[in-house]
Write a protein that binds this ligand. Sequence first.
Ligand code: SF4
Length: 346
Amino acid sequence: MQKIELNSLTIEELEEYIYNIGEQKYRGEQLFTFIHKNQGRNIENISVFSKGLRDKLEKVSKINQLKIFKRFDSKVDNTKKYLFLLEDNNIIEGVAMEYKHGLTACISTQVGCRMDCSFCASTKEGLIRSLTPAEMVSQIYMMEEDLNDKISNIVLMGSGEPLDNYENVIKFLNIIHHEKGHNTSYRNITLSTCGLVPKIYSLADEEMPITLSISLHSPFDEDRRKIMPIGNKYSIDEIMEACRYYNNKTNRRITIEYTLIEGVNDRIADLNELVKILRGISCHVNLIPLNPIKEFSQGRPSRINIERFEKSLAKAGIPVTIRREMGGDINASCGQLRRRYTDERY
Ligand code: SF4
């Protein structure tokens, strides 16, 4: 019999689960606090439960655990990159970054990814499987325990397309935000998507005012399709329309991620079109100079070109920043480290 993964359940689901096994509902809240506030890992340590109840729970349920398989420390900026080992021996990545406003965790939502963006190492073996909510929260708890510090900001930007694992990601958000648990403000959470339009509408309707980040990377459909196959399914116009809906529903400004690739999307025509399509959208553009991967031959634009792009956007009234590269010496880009490890392993 498959055991129920207790740390994948929302507080309401835990209350219902506990009630259905013949216990009082409030035990569900105690269990939630034990797992998500106290970061308890073993059912046998739930001291507020009787031995009988702990034994009963152990038979039918478990608290899913990841293990830290390896940690890589950047010498330049204190970024820590983790490889986590899942119970089924799959490996995922997480990154902890120190900013002035606190510790930020970048977590994975899937093992691999099926979106096939050409500049991304996470997708080279396709999608292996989606992560459970427990496997997402555990990445955060493991980093906190390891660094002995509280994570205040979370970005869903590791391997995987979060909106391709929609139900589990929504549950994860619900769990990590809950005041009886980790209590992370929705405003401190960013979800990055390559543009699964129907799911952007669904997310807007969830009433979880997280920051939505769109991986755009080109303002032209034809060019975008060459580097992001999802562009064959949803056009840039459709994505922008969904962004307007998200703005209106959540009152949140959208982040537009734009990886600058030399000669591909850093031309004057790209700049002008980008300004045009973003008109009327409350957004902020994050320029990401390409971190080359061995599977993708294109290069990083020169510093001058990057700054020219930034200045021109700012002049057009669009808030813009160049993303500071974190952990450049430890392959901290999405999927690079896991890919290197799996390459070595097989
Ligand atoms: S960039 Fe994101 S959506 Fe695209 S393949 Fe990589 S993980 Fe998937």
